[in-house]
Design a protein around this ligand. Sequence first.
Ligand code: RB5
Length: 139
Amino acid sequence: LLYLASDHAGYDLKEKLKKFLTKSKISFKDLGTNSKNVVDYPDYAKKLIKNIKKNDKGILICGTGTGMVIAANRSKKIRAAGIYDNYTAKMARHDNDANVICLRGRKFSSNKNLKLVKIFLNSKFSNIHRHKKRIKKLS
Ligand code: RB5
């Protein structure tokens, strides 16, 4: 399953992303936040950490993406990547087998972010030995 969570700065993008996923018939679970009221991003990263299981994926959104990257990577279950262009969106899967991406809700257009999400969801881990070895070294 694909989990989504954001703080207030990511709320608008999360709502647009939900419309896109529904249209594309991709199942997801929204873990909040549910309005633009100010909240703290670590609380929403924690909700994702609590829910995510092997083979699930996640998308976290805050203003810059950075707070969510820091918070999500505190869990050993998660390899979260901040993605900001087509290349990083693809390579997060290909090299790092990232199961979570963190988007910036501010300053990037929603169209750009949706494109990055599509690339992430359509990219696969390379399964190459040297990448597996490096990922193993993380834990
Ligand atoms: C909230 O204003 C902002 O600090 C937060 O969304 C995020 O960008 C933190 O990394």
